[in-house]
Design a protein. Structure first.
Length: 344
């Protein structure tokens, strides 16, 4: 298969064109066949519901090439289930888990030459999305939907990779509303976060850390990632109805227990920030991204977690355990991996 001539180890989290994408349309109350195309464009009616009323959801998952050459996809059924919850949350047609998984297998196989080599530490990011496509002007759910899945090879989400990054916090911004759409993965949440995210970047931070939108007292979401902290041999992560239930976070909780840590999922008061030994963002894109500094933009308080510019020991252990399972260097004890057979 032709080498795509990519400098794999210098990839960041950006879009690189690949060969094919796959699509499936929901029409007359049922899902059609999976279609394969090399077009990067989606033909859309100008009155399509997604364009006006934001009927759009998406997912993010990864495929990894192991030292043994095998291609592993991480926990895709969990993404499929969340894709259903997102669809239901904004009244779109939910795609059955098996159809979702079939599309993932197909799009990965079709673009196998873009799965980065093991040594590069990069991976193939899989981006499923669903949109309401039928034309209408009334505010109501669409009648027809399209799911598109494309892939793109990616490197680290934050430019520093696994080096501690700086984040800021402010009560001036909410990502989502208290009883809103924070726990599902819809485009509108990300549109609503762009203003605060850009402000964080302009000030030299990687991301905006949000407090809960109701009381502004508890730690909530860390940009487009979950938040966790380590204290007294305990992995602590927010329980909150406004954060996205992260599959990475869920996996790290399990791995933390395997590594002998206690796990607490509970509200995390802002004042606890000064008591933590290590803090980190986590997600498919972010993996485990250690946080070295949190600056509170409203009161000037700063919380530091890394004196030497390196990630803390527990975060490092967790990161290695997760990457180990994903790349096949550690046994898949929890059944998180599906190996995709590829003829290369
Ligand atoms: N929180 C938000 C807002 C996200 O966009 C993501 C990314 O998917 C996550 C958390 C992490 O979730 P996961 O680990 O399932 O990718
Ligand atoms: C992910 O971690 O997969 C995300 O979706 C985060 C971001 C790129 C939106």
């Amino acid at each position: 298969m032709k080498d795509p001539q990519i400098d794999w180890s210098s990839l960041g989290f950006s879009y690189t064109p690949t060969d094919y994408n796959v699509r499936c349309t929901f029409k007359d109350g049922k899902w059609g066949e999976i279609e394969v195309t090399d077009s990067v464009y989606i033909p859309l009616h100008m009155a399509a519901a997604c364009l006006h009323y934001g009927q759009e959801s998406f997912e993010g998952l990864k495929a990894f090439r192991g030292k043994d050459g095998k291609i592993r996809v991480f926990r895709m059924e969990e993404n499929a289930k969340r894709f259903i919850r997102s669809a239901e949350g904004i009244k779109m047609a939910p795609m059955p888990v098996e159809l979702f998984c079939e599309m993932v297998r197909k799009v990965v196989k079709l673009n196998a030459r873009f799965i980065p080599p093991y040594e590069s530490g990069a991976s193939l990011y899989i981006r499923p999305l669903e949109i309401g496509i039928s034309p209408q002007v009334g505010v109501a759910p669409a009648k027809e939907y399209m799911v598109v899945m494309f892939v793109t090879p990616v490197g680290p989400y934050f430019k520093d990779g696994f080096k501690p990054t700086k984040v800021c916090l402010s009560r001036e911004y909410d990502r989502v509303a208290p009883k809103g759409t924070g726990s599902i993965k819809i485009g509108g949440n990300y549109a609503a976060s762009l203003y605060a995210g850009q402000k964080a970047h302009d000030l030299g931070y990687s991301v905006m850390l949000y407090l809960d939108p109701k009381d502004k007292t508890y730690i909530d979401e860390c940009g487009a990632a979950n938040f966790f902290a380590i204290k007294d041999n305990t992995y602590i992560t927010p329980s909150s109805e406004t954060v996205l239930p992260s599959i990475t976070n869920m996996s790290l909780e399990t791995l933390a227990k395997d590594l002998g840590l206690k796990v607490e999922r509970r509200p995390i008061h802002y004042d606890e920030l000064e008591t933590f030994e290590e803090v980190s963002a986590c997600g498919t894109a972010a993996v485990c991204s250690p946080i070295g500094l949190i600056d509170d933009l409203d009161n000037g308080r700063s919380f530091t977690y890394s004196e030497n510019g390196e990630a803390g020991p527990k975060t490092t252990e967790l990161y290695n355990a997760l990457r180990g399972v994903q790349y096949g260097d550690r046994p898949d004890e929890h059944g998180w991996i599906e190996i995709i057979e590829i003829d290369e």
